[in-house]
Design a binder for this molecule. Structure first.
Ligand code: GRF
Length: 205
């Protein structure tokens, strides 16, 4: 291993945390030279918090109820991330739209995973949108977060087939397997300094 300090990740979650687990596993195996500095959940009952705690990662419940509006919630999130010296923010199933407060604090350093091939099927229920449209292929997209919703520069995408008898559940499960690989691969490139952004274009070296 090089002597370089590992990149510090802050992972934001709301639910089960299978993507978080995939990242934890690859860090623990030495595949990704990073450290998860904290996991932050806006839901107190998110299983992702248990996953973090089981691996000795600070697991922080950060609910939005006590914040008058979205920007003050995001300002508090930024404070938590800064206090943990986070370099890269990972949205791993975080079910809130970020305001400019977060996006400006971490320019091209917030990554999201979306369960469709963007720019198709933005927003919620992307898998059902793909089924309803009748596409033969869907997949997942890892992108940087900008001021829009699911609109930021695309880092990596993976394609999965849509089967004729798919339901939202079966398609989601197939896409999730791809998500775990693709998200980890994008994070690995970032921590190795192999991602360069020029406007909307992302160059991988
Ligand atoms: C993933 O399917 C991701 O595409 C979406 O939220 C889901 C999170 O799943 N943004 P998990 O909590 O990582 O299992």
């Amino acid at each position: 291993m090089s002597g370089k300090a590992p990149c510090r990740l802050g992972v934001l979650v709301s639910g089960s945390g299978t993507n978080l687990q995939a990242i934890i596993d690859r860090i623990e195996s030495g595949e990704i030279n990073a450290k998860i500095a904290c996991v932050i959940s806006n839901k107190a009952d998110a299983y992702a918090l248990t996953r973090a705690a089981l691996h000795g990662i600070p697991a922080i419940v950060h609910e939005n109820v006590s914040f008058p509006e979205r920007r003050s919630y995001d300002a508090a999130t930024v404070e938590i991330l800064r206090s943990h010296k986070v370099d890269l923010v990972i949205l791993a199933g975080f079910m809130r739209i970020l305001t400019d407060v977060m996006v400006n604090a971490y320019p091209n350093a917030i990554m999201n995973i979306h369960p469709a091939l963007l720019p198709s099927f933005q927003g919620l229920h992307a898998q059902q949108q793909a089924l309803d449209y009748g596409v033969r292929y869907s997949g997942c997209t890892v992108h940087f977060v900008d001021h829009g919703t699911d609109t930021g520069p695309i880092i990596m995408q993976s394609v999965v087939p849509v089967e004729q008898d798919d339901t939202e559940e079966t398609l989601s499960a197939r896409i999730q397997k791809a998500e775990h690989q693709t998200f980890a691969a994008a994070i690995k490139l970032f921590v190795e300094g192999k991602i360069h952004v020029d406007g909307r274009r992302v160059y991988l070296t």
